[in-house]
Design a protein around this ligand. Sequence first.
Ligand SMILES: *Cc1c(COP(=O)(O)O)cnc(C)c1O
Length: 450
Amino acid sequence: MENIRIQLDESEIPTHWYNVIADMPNPPAPPLGGDGKPVTPEKMLEIFPGAILEQEMSGERWIAIPEEVRDIYRMWRPSPLCRALRLEQALGTPAKIYYKYEGVSPAGSHKPNTAVPQAYYNKQAGIKRIATETGAGQWGSSIALAGQMFGLEVCVYMVKVSYDQKPFRRSMMQTWGAKVVASPSNLTQAGRGVLAKDPNSPGSLGIAISEAVEDAASRADTNYALGSVLNHVILHQTVIGLETKKQFEKIGAYPDMVFAPCGGGSNFGGIAFPFLADKAAGKKVRLVAVEPTSCPTLTKGHYAYDYGDMSGYTPMMLMYTLGHDFVPPGIHAGGLRYHGDSPLVSQLYKEGLIEAVAVAQVATFEAGVQFARSEGIIPAPESCHAIRACIDEALRCKQTGESKTLLFNLSGHGHFDMASYDKYFAGGLEDYDYPEEEIQAALLRLPKVA
Ligand SMILES: *Cc1c(COP(=O)(O)O)cnc(C)c1O
């Protein structure tokens, strides 16, 4: 009998992260400051430690993972690669479906893969406190966990709609010792500005980032940490894809297509970029980022310089964007409600090296429930996006008779998202139309760059 769980030994945890910049056809465009000039390292050092900044700008292909970080990775890594045999049978597809399961981390998602090294490098730099934002709460809980492990204080600005929908994420963060604030809050100028215009603002990742960056920039003992989008975050997440490649090697298989949900692009880049290295070397593999139709950054956004946050505190990055002040509908996949996308993912999409599709909310929950009923694991609403796209491909294979090998990243479990499942079962979930007018209006307010 073939194994359905492909496991690696702890000693096989990667020793190096993979930096996709080394294999990109064109160098990435630099982030720009308010004056339209590339941001100086000094400016970035106000909120990031030197080691992180170095990784952010590095073009080296391989970057060593500190032993202290590998030691903590060992608590849940290597994560399993699983064959979804029962799902294949339920679908009646000749396709072979595999998933990499990142829900085995203590926080239940892939995010601790970067939270741990970020906390480590800040501790090394003598920082005492981290300020950050969180959408659905996965990043906040991951940095709370990592901060706790290195004795750092953590303050999390949590997007208000999620703060209200996901009270147990807040309890998790508090259990790991973090302070949690609903955003927009009255603790920062950015938050007070939003509340003055709209006291009932549901918040957005963009607003929460503004608050956290302002907090970090105003205190010498505090740095900022970002759970997605930036180059160093995706670098750290490549442990996912590097392990997956070893696991496929063990069984003598290789995926034809790789799917991952795409919010800011970190779990997608994490699983896909190590395969992109093979693609650069001539191998055939399709890499597909899956996003919600209500926040269709890659499929409907503009490729332009834009701010990473609502108020324009962050540098401008060249990326696919829906406009920095676009507030997406309150869908349940909170981790996918971001107006922009990783500049690396954006550039690779622009250059045609990766693909993107958008899927509607109700169909993602259908896919998640079908997956749970065959494979047992209840997926996070974000992960359901990748499952939807993967199942759709498996059903196409059923039509054509192709036995493609499909891989998706099961970026997290949904144990703290059961209120969303309740709503789905009660028939209370909606598909939001593509909010074209709002997006067009937000795009008109993109910053002007000479
Ligand atoms: C945060 C999150 C995402 C989306 O963020 P990316 O940076 O695009 O990976 C997807 N799935 C889960 C489970 C998450 O927690």
